[in-house]
Write a protein that binds this ligand. Structure first.
Ligand SMILES: Nc1ncnc2c1ncn2[C@@H]1O[C@H](COP(=O)(O)OP(=O)(O)O)[C@@H](O)[C@H]1O
Ligand SMILES: O=C[C@H](O)COP(=O)(O)O
Ligand SMILES: [Mg+2]
Ligand SMILES: [Mn+2]
Length: 627
């Protein structure tokens, strides 16, 4: 957490709770992996008096926000960290008013987004510009709902500029990539010029239709404290990458810089051999005009960026025959320290009756926006070349260790808070011991943050349990507390999904005389409501390869067996969740981050969110299968 004066909790403070980095593959300038985001924000704010941190949140705002918001729409962006300079680097006149940072590759918790909105909400309102990821959509979306309930004027636009993934593969939609920065620039300039909230939202909708990005990975990335994000065979590269260390839509042989850059542009413009995406409109020879952004994914030399610029301009102007009056080259949105580039095209005529150049050229003080724009792209400047080669439980307990809360027979009208406390403790501990497996799996099928996000949640729950703050006697209140913990301390898709799950579960128990009901039927009721809400807001169903593929079978089992005059067979439940979670290994992903990963790479690896459910259910039941 950070202090109002801009001091973040230092690495040394965090050392009390977290481990220092152990033997990284490549030395990295990090003291404690868990402190990397706080330490970096701390450094940034110390170095720039125009910025400050909101107390208790990883939210950076312009120092003069209180006066600025009186006569401007404030634009807020944010998301997981690891994409620097996005988004803190874009705070300044003519771009963003604030940025919300999550853990590395995990969206920020809802509470942080809400804090940012509250700090920026003035008479003109707030616009959230959010990259299209499940965690971000849910956490920023929940914050918008809460802010509107508080009477604040706020709107949200989602950016999805990725062109590399086939439409039919995923229900999640296009990923938000480096094109988001061009959105920040155009919308920020319009806000600076006094445009109102409605016209900014409207402009954003038009802009996203004219925006496309595709990237190539020449190396994996390394998040401190984790394994390299994937393995790339020598001589190959990953085409169609995102910004979360993923391996890309396909691994292909590396031929030459020009050939790869051409492929990236062809993917975007639906040209040549890769003409199967059609996200951007077809370019018109001698008519279409684009801004080109060449983005370093983190560890690419300036010389290589220059080569990419040459290759991209050459292809666009000579082969495709379009105009490229604006070119931006640099480090805009990274995938930690991945070597590689992404190319972004913005159709300069995407906005009816507006010259986009005007907004792109408008001055900004944001440190990460490149100063002078290169005016490239008229034909005579390009030389055609030959292609180069290549809470504390009650103290008294007479129960045997193996007895669990669920084993009480349904005819009993109450349950033991002692056993419930032990179940919660067991659930949390199972997540701690399962963390390496969750991190490893999420690195393969997602972005590697699932283990740390789940243990952050478990750590907060255990802390509350140990100081006796969990309402073990009141299930509705307890579930509300769990929802709050997920909302304030977790982040990521998991944080948002668990927050929705527990909040809905809590409200369904609220109205009833539930304390008298047997615990097993409380659990069934709560699961019904929780699962429904997760499906409603997250858009996933059984079979989409998510945690629902364990929660739904668990619910079915308890529904069938929970009302009989017999204790639940905990061994059977433990086996059921184990098997259901492993069954996800053979599923194709249609929701969440795994839907971006080719099916053959998912095969054999279960879904981390599903495994996490199996772990905490088994932990709560005190049944630990050998792993
Ligand atoms: N739409 C969804 N509804 C429910 N669960 C989801 C959804 N999308 C993803 N998940 C679950 O979230 C897990 C990943 O969580 P986490 O790593 O915290 O988020 P992210 O994928 O955003 O990095 C997945 O393994 C999957 O079980
Ligand atoms: O950096 C990552 C994204 O902004 C967070 O999205 P996620 O929580 O869905 O992974
Ligand atoms: Mg993530
Ligand atoms: Mn993840």
């Amino acid at each position: 957490s950070c202090h109002e004066d801009g001091r973040a909790e230092s690495g040394q403070d965090l050392a009390k709770h977290h481990h220092p980095i152990k033997h990284p593959h490549i030395p990295q300038l990090v003291d404690f992996p868990a402190a990397i985001v706080d330490d970096a924000l701390h450094g940034l704010v110390r170095a720039d008096p125009r910025l400050r941190i909101l107390k208790g949140h990883r939210v950076v705002v312009r120092s003069d926000i209180d006066t600025f918001k009186q006569d401007h729409v404030c634009i807020i962006s944010g998301g997981g960290s690891g994409h620097e300079p996005a988004h803190v680097g874009y705070i300044g006149d003519g771009m963003l008013a604030a940025a919300v940072a999550g853990d590395v590759f995990a969206s920020p918790p809802t509470s942080a987004v809400l804090a940012a909105i509250r700090a920026c909400a003035g008479p003109k309102g707030v616009l959230l510009v959010v990259k299209n990821y499940t965690g971000d959509r849910l956490n920023f979306g929940l914050a918008v709902e809460q802010a509107r309930f508080e009477g604040l004027l706020v709107d949200m636009v989602i950016v999805g500029d990725d062109c590399a993934l086939p439409r039919e593969k995923s229900k999640a939609g296009r990923r938000g990539l480096a094109g988001t920065v061009l959105m920040h620039k155009v919308l920020g300039a319009m806000a600076e010029a006094g445009r109102d909230l409605a016209s900014l939202s409207n402009a954003a909708a038009h802009l996203s239709r004219g925006l496309g990005t595709a990237g190539v990975a020449l190396s994996p990335c390394q998040v401190p404290g984790r394994q390299p994000s994937f393995h790339l065979e020598p001589g190959t590269c990953g085409i169609g990458v995102g910004i979360h260390g993923e391996s890309g839509a396909a691994e292909i042989p590396f031929t030459s810089a020009s050939a790869i850059c051409r492929d990236l542009l062809d993917i975007m413009l639906n040209q040549g051999k890769i003409a199967n995406r059609a996200y951007m409109t077809q370019p018109q020879r001698n008519v279409s005009r684009y801004a080109l952004l060449i983005n370093n994914l983190g560890a690419t030399s300036q010389l290589e960026l220059g080569v990419a610029a040459m290759a991209a301009l050459d292809h666009l102007i000579e082969d495709v025959g379009v105009f490229v009056p604006r070119v931006y080259m640099g480090t805009f949105m990274t995938s930690m320290n991945m070597a590689g580039v992404s190319l972004t095209l913005l159709d300069l005529d995407a906005l009816p009756a507006e010259a986009l150049e005007q907004w792109l050229d408008a001055p900004t003080t944001a440190p990460a926006w490149p100063g002078p724009t290169l005016l490239g792209g008229t034909k005579q400047f390009v030389v055609r070349r030959d292609e180069p080669p290549i809470t504390v439980p009650a103290p008294h307990s007479s129960e045997a260790e193996e007895t669990t809360a669920l084993q009480r027979t349904p005819s009993e009208i109450s349950y033991s808070t002692d056993l419930l406390g032990k179940a919660i403790k067991g659930a949390c501990e199972a997540l701690f011991s399962g963390e390496p497996e969750l991190s490893r799996l999420d690195a393969i099928v997602g972005d590697g943050d699932c283990g740390t996000t789940m243990t952050e949640g478990a750590r907060s729950v255990l802390e509350q349990l140990q100081v006796g703050r969990l309402a073990l006697h009141n299930p509705a209140q307890l579930l509300q507390q769990l929802a709050t913990i997920a909302q304030e301390n977790m982040g990521g898709t998991s944080g948002a999904v668990y927050s929705i799950f527990f909040a809905a579960a809590s409200s369904c128990l609220n109205d009833r005389d539930v304390v008298r009901a047997p615990l097993a039927s409380l659990v069934t009721m709560a699961l019904t409501a929780g699962i429904d809400a997760v499906m409603k807001y997250g858009g996933a169903q059984q079979g989409d390869r998510t945690m629902l593929d364990v929660l739904v079978p668990l619910h079915h089992y308890l529904d069938r067996h929970g009302s009989a005059e017999q204790p639940i067979d905990v061994g059977a439940v433990a086996t059921l969740v184990e098997e259901a979670s492993h069954a996800t290994a053979d599923m194709n992903a249609t929701c969440g981050r795994s839907s971006y990963v080719p099916d053959h790479l998912l095969r054999g690896h279960p879904d981390p969110g599903a495994r996490a459910v199996a772990m905490w259910v088994q932990g709560a039941l005190h049944r630990h299968p050998r792993r």
